[in-house]
Ligand binder design. Structure first.
Ligand code: AMP
Length: 285
């Protein structure tokens, strides 16, 4: 079998812009897939979607220090650039932008993008500064590459809505597209952080999705949201989750808490198994 053509890698904004500029001159459309690497089938589904919808796909790989809190897992976050590049080469993706921290945040850089309201709730409440880190780095990646479309996963549903919000507010001329959550056969949403789970924890982890699905069904069938959410917390604890940060029913756009289904709603949760924090979400109704 012929070896895959290795994906081209660039590490500077100047080289990124030069390559994308050539594509632009040739009249080609561009898709961007921002990631923190340790690529799995969830990430690859975004790459495939981009490749099906645009002429050239650029994947970014940057473990963004500014979106990790002081006690979070930045130093141990899985890093596997060569394996990631091999997976992207096998798909035929066109460009990998893998800058270092000094390239993304040169000395003296202080400007931040903050998204009040939607960025303060749920993940924002439990991970102070997280969405400012995300919004700042994604703004930079979008402006560095100026793609036609950028692809994000519904796995991080609130992040997707936060990105849509600041892209509209800042008139960034990029279309934001969301892709469905890719799951293991037992329902666990694929995540780079699943690698932290030991055997017992991995066995308990699919309960997060199972409880969300059950809760979504109960609310859709008329259960009071407050009761259903309370039951979900207990069921997660019974399934082996050691701490539940939140299980919330939220407006599917603003992520404001809601108690009924008069507008499209999303059920979102974050919970810990031991030292690992998992998030997941499902549509309701
Ligand atoms: P990350 O590397 O975790 O920052 O994720 C990069 C992108 O991949 C984000 O848009 C995520 O929402 C998306 N993603 C991560 N896991 C999944 C999954 N299981 N299914 C679909 N998209 C995902």
């Amino acid at each position: 079998m012929a070896a895959d053509k290795p994906i081209e890698r660039v590490r500077t904004v100047a080289d990124l812009r030069a390559r994308i500029g050539e594509w632009r001159k040739a009249g080609l459309s561009v898709g961007l897939v921002p990631t923190m690497g340790a690529l799995h089938a969830g990430h690859l589904s975004l790459v495939e979607r981009s490749m099906a919808n645009t002429d050239r796909t650029c994947v970014t790989l940057f473990v963004n220090p500014t979106q990790f809190g002081p006690n979070e897992d930045f130093s141990v976050y899985p890093r596997s650039e060569d394996a990631d590049a091999a997976q992207l080469s096998a798909l035929g993706a066109h460009l990998l932008f893998a800058p270092d921290t000094a390239e993304m945040y040169p000395e003296g850089a202080v400007t931040k993008v903050t998204v009040p309201g939607i960025g303060d709730r749920l993940e924002g409440a439990f991970r102070p500064g997280f969405f400012t880190g995300v919004a700042t780095v994604v703004t930079k990646l979008l402006l560095q590459s100026l793609p036609d479309v950028a692809f994000f996963g519904e796995k991080d549903f609130q992040q997707y809505r936060v990105i849509q919000r600041f892209v509209a507010d800042l008139d960034i001329p990029v279309r934001i597209e969301a892709c469905p959550i890719v799951r293991e056969a037992d329902g666990l949403a694929l995540s780079s952080r699943n690698a932290y789970l030991d055997e017992n924890e991995r066995r308990a982890a699919p309960a997060l999705f199972a409880v969300l699905e059950l809760t979504s069904r109960r609310i859709a069938e008329g259960a009071a949201a407050a009761d259903a959410l309370e039951a979900a917390r207990h069921e997660l604890a019974a399934a082996g989750f050691t701490k539940v940060d939140y299980v919330e029913l939220a407006d599917a756009e603003s992520l404001e808490p809601v108690s009924g289904l008069d507008r499209p709603a999303r059920l979102l949760a974050a919970a810990w198994i031991g030292k690992t924090r998992l998030i997941d979400n499902v549509a309701v109704g």
